[in-house]
Write a protein that binds this ligand. Sequence first.
Ligand code: ACO
Length: 423
Amino acid sequence: MGDTITITDDRNGRSVTVAIGPDGTIPSSALRQLDPGLRVYDPAFLSTASCASSITYVDGDRGILRHRGYPIEQLAERSTYLEVAYLLLHGELPTIDQLEAWRHEVSVHTYVHENVKHFMQQFHYDAHPMGMLVSTVAALSTFYPDAKQIFDEQVRAKQIVRLIAKMPTLAAFAHRFSVGMPFVYPDNSLDYASNFLSMMWRVAEPRFEVDPVLSHALDVLFVLHADHEQNCSTTAMRTVGSSHADPYSATAAAAAALYGPLHGGANEAVLQMLERIGSVEQVPAFIEGVKQGKGRLMGFGHRVYKNYDPRARIIKRTADEVFAVVGSNPLLDIALALEDVALSDDYFVERKLYPNVDFYSGMIYQAAGFPREMFTVLFAIPRTAGWLAHWVELLGDPAQRIARPRQQYVGPPARDYVPMEDR
Ligand code: ACO
């Protein structure tokens, strides 16, 4: 007999024994067997597995991250973002021919309808690029009404290519708008990361010369951000997707979740924090403040990783490569000092707070010339592959239905309406 668990309802002595499934999960239906009115109260899903997934494996205690079984370290070193996107979506690494066909397909869908461009030009002059991205991705659903046919595999595949291909275009357009520069159209002869850099920075030169170190570093960052199982934005994607909304609307919802400072907005918050600290000398005082509850050490801590985030290790290496080309970021010394103090301080050690993926990524982006408002956008571009992989998995999973959690009602009991004059 395998591992089981027995739950006894002490109110009536009834009990149920269930097998402990993969990843230590037990079915909540066990509780319903005991009493259909029983519910698990689990705010923020600390102990709830909402789906079975074969995309990404995370072991937070041991600092392990794998996509479809492949360790993130190997993917970051030997693969490319588009190859990882293919892996996430199809379950296997592509052959040469499959990768070539995939690259070609993505590269010929990078252009957006001119009306999308006009739509983006109507934002307020100081619109945050992430707000523009969220809204424009949602607006794409009005350009591709066929996307509603979510159970037609071919239609679905087309929207996936469109989203992965157009995300960098929308991201770069959002930036160009915010600095009052004309939009640069995609150059489909460039690889994914280089084309994005060209749309970001090209001015009058006929062809943008991309620094290979920077474009490789960006591609590695894209690989590192491609998926991270059931995080807040992926959960948003799955929740909206479970109502059978089209993929553009679901992706917009996921991007909106990513916008928050506790999720994709964290690297922007890390830079703000480092600038506020101002110098290495101020680090101990800042750490004291954090320990007294006067704010958080941004870029530290993770719901799942209670060990060094494996992505943070790779990012640190990438940072060195980028800094060698563009010069170091003056905030790096403060970051290193913070990391040193935090990793040896009981407060952080006891709570297992280690640097997460965002601690260094913002410094790389800043050194590479990206404005701070673009940091979350730079996260949204690659995470689109992960969101879509989860969306496809959700639609093919017969166990899934529309997401609809229950609640613990703690409001007032039934009472009669009080007329205005009696209140
Ligand atoms: N600085 C200081 N203390 C912290 C931090 C931090 N960054 N993170 C957690 N803690 C403390 C909490 O105060 C709490 O202490 P307590 O037990 O004394 O009350 C304890 O550690 C547990 O924290 P929770 O908030 O319960 O942890 P949770 O899993 O809910 O939060 C989160 C995870 C949101 C990432 C949190 O660590 C945080 O706010 N970090 C800073 C923001 C950040 O870097 N986010 C990026 C996440 S990675 C990503 O999205 C790609």
